[in-house]
Design a protein around this ligand. Structure first.
Ligand code: C5P
Length: 237
């Protein structure tokens, strides 16, 4: 049996991390975990419950105990979907009003701690691809393969606009660029595990790459890492 590795894909907002990670996972028969969806689900809960996160929240542990997030596989659509307290919120969490509040909420230390614990549990069995902002630096610093994705802002905004349109949501390019810039700024400047490239991560700028080319870039590296791990386990046994 092939050795299983952890693939961590981090990077800026709307660089195509999730679509790429999903394809890589499918190709390797690995599980794909969208860590951003977890922070989005927490944000949705905060919005629904009208929790004021601008000030200190003394009852944060109590709030977190009311939040249950899990992923369920939708066989008809052949994709994993996000559930918040047993309700399918996959579409809702992708909406602009959630994107606009997710970064400050994700910066709250107690929330990060709870999400990271859950993400590390999900990765225990290896054979996973997880995308996010702090996967290679904090969640799985020992991941065998780390990718840091970036792309030109205009290209990213156009891709995000297309995604929104497909879901019948309207967003002007200016609105989208503003949101992406704000999120990148907050994600790279927060105190707790800010977004940054891990020292041992491969940089992948996909501005000029096709989707197939970027998947190929990751898959080649993944196959090499799997081979190395396999060889190591032969030597050790
Ligand atoms: O990946 P996505 O763009 O859906 O993530 C939404 C937001 O969740 C990010 O802008 C960031 O604020 C937060 N996030 C995070 N750490 C992660 C994944 C996402 O802080 N590992």
């Amino acid at each position: 049996m092939d050795a299983k590795i952890i693939i961590a894909i981090d990077g800026y907002a709307a660089c195509g991390k999730s679509t790429t990670a999903k394809m890589v996972a499918q190709h390797l028969h690995y599980n794909y975990i969208d860590s951003g969806a977890m922070y989005r689900a927490v944000t949705l809960f905060f919005i629904q419950q009208k929790i004021n996160y601008q000030q200190e929240i003394p009852q944060i542990e109590e709030i977190l105990s009311q939040i249950n997030i899990h992923f369920g596989y939708n066989a008809a659509l052949q994709k994993s979907e996000t559930f918040l307290n047993e309700v399918n919120v996959e579409n809702e969490i992708r909406k602009m009003y959630v994107s606009e509040q997710v970064s400050p909420i994700s910066a709250i230390p107690a929330i990060r701690k709870a999400m990271v614990t859950q993400q590390q549990k999900l990765g225990q069995a290896k054979g996973i691809v997880m995308d996010g902002r702090d996967i290679g630096t904090h969640v799985f610093p020992e991941a065998e393969l780390k990718i840091f994705m970036t792309a030109d802002m205009h290209i990213r905004a156009l891709r995000r606009q297309k995604e929104l349109e497909e879901r019948k949501e309207i967003g002007t390019l200016e609105q989208i660029i503003k949101n992406l810039e704000e999120r990148d700024y907050q994600d790279t400047h927060r105190k707790e595990n800010p977004l940054k490239q891990a020292q041992d991560a491969y940089l992948l700028d996909n501005t000029q790459l096709s989707f197939e080319e970027q998947c190929q870039f990751i898959l080649q590296l993944a196959e090499e890492k799997i081979r190395q791990k396999q060889q190591l386990s032969y030597i050790q046994n």
